[in-house]
Design a protein around this ligand. Structure first.
Ligand code: 9MG
Length: 264
């Protein structure tokens, strides 16, 4: 899943893909490098980001979704928590909803249900504005994440949004310290026990910066290591900026894992 941010302040490529033509070129490049999904977001969810109005989000995202669908044969995912944006972009042909708030906003479950689209439910504690202010948990992080995701799946099923349409995401960096993120990655096999496909996003995130002491533009090697480990621990979709290099890392990882399956 290639990341296409159409926000002025997104943390790692902020401002680069604001213009429609730039956004199309960037999407084209990610698809040529092997992306199967393009994830379009119009509201930054980086730590400290301020919310945007529904109209602002729609104005950013809708033209991009419309042109992506017109010009490319790709699955377009919309990174949104807003019921109106879900409905409007689904009507334009979007094929998936990626909600970092796991459909917790009022009306979001009903809107997602009405679209008929698959939905990624992500774990988050707090809101982007304050989620990184000393995050703490009463239970081990992996148990907190599993309990939250199970509860969100139950809430979806209660209104008729069937689990066949759901994907789960442990939400690296969303209300978590570096230690939480590292522990969660080590125990991600437990999240796979919920028996739903796992989507994971760690590309260029601050956990890499903090461990390696690298600025955002130098985090690719760290991101490749995390991508490989995530696949080995059960991730099936990786949300990334650097599609080509990550795909090589993933294909190499799969070659090793396949050999293990064939000869065990
Ligand atoms: C929008 N967004 C930013 N980071 C993300 C992550 O880790 N997962 C998902 N599903 N979406 C994300």
């Amino acid at each position: 899943m290639g990341i296409l941010n159409v926000t002025p302040d997104s943390f790692s490529d902020g401002g680069c893909h604001i213009l429609l033509d730039d956004a199309m070129r960037h999407a084209e490049r990610m698809l040529a490098e092997g992306a199967a999904i393009i994830d379009v977001g119009g509201e930054s969810t980086r730590p400290g980001a301020q919310p945007v109005s529904t109209q602002q989000e729609l104005d950013r995202v809708a033209p991009v979704v419309e042109r992506l669908i017109c010009e490319f044969d790709a699955l377009v995912s919309v990174d949104t928590s807003c019921p109106t944006v879900m409905r409007e972009t689904a009507a334009l042909g979007a094929g998936m909803i990626n909600d970092v708030r796991a459909l917790q906003r009022e009306g979001a479950i009903e809107a997602a249900l009405g679209t008929g689209l698959p939905v990624c439910l992500m774990h988050i504690q707090g809101e982007p504005q304050d989620m990184q202010q000393s995050p703490r948990y009463d239970a081990p992080i992996e148990e907190a994440v599993i309990d939250f995701l199970e509860a969100r799946v139950t809430a979806c099923e209660a209104v008729g949004l069937r689990r066949e349409r759901l994907l789960l995401d442990p939400g690296f960096g969303f209300g978590k310290t570096v230690e939480h993120n590292l522990r969660l990655l080590n125990r991600m096999d437990r999240v796979t026990r919920l028996n739903l496909p796992l989507l994971v996003g760690m590309s260029r995130k601050s956990m890499i910066g903090k461990v390696l002491g690298r600025p955002v533009e130098e985090r690719l090697p760290g991101g490749l290591a995390l991508a490989s480990l995530a696949v080995e621990r059960g991730a099936r979709i990786l949300r990334v900026h650097d599609v080509g290099p990550v795909l090589d890392a993933v294909n190499m990882t799969w070659a090793v894992l396949r050999e293990g399956c064939e000869h065990d």
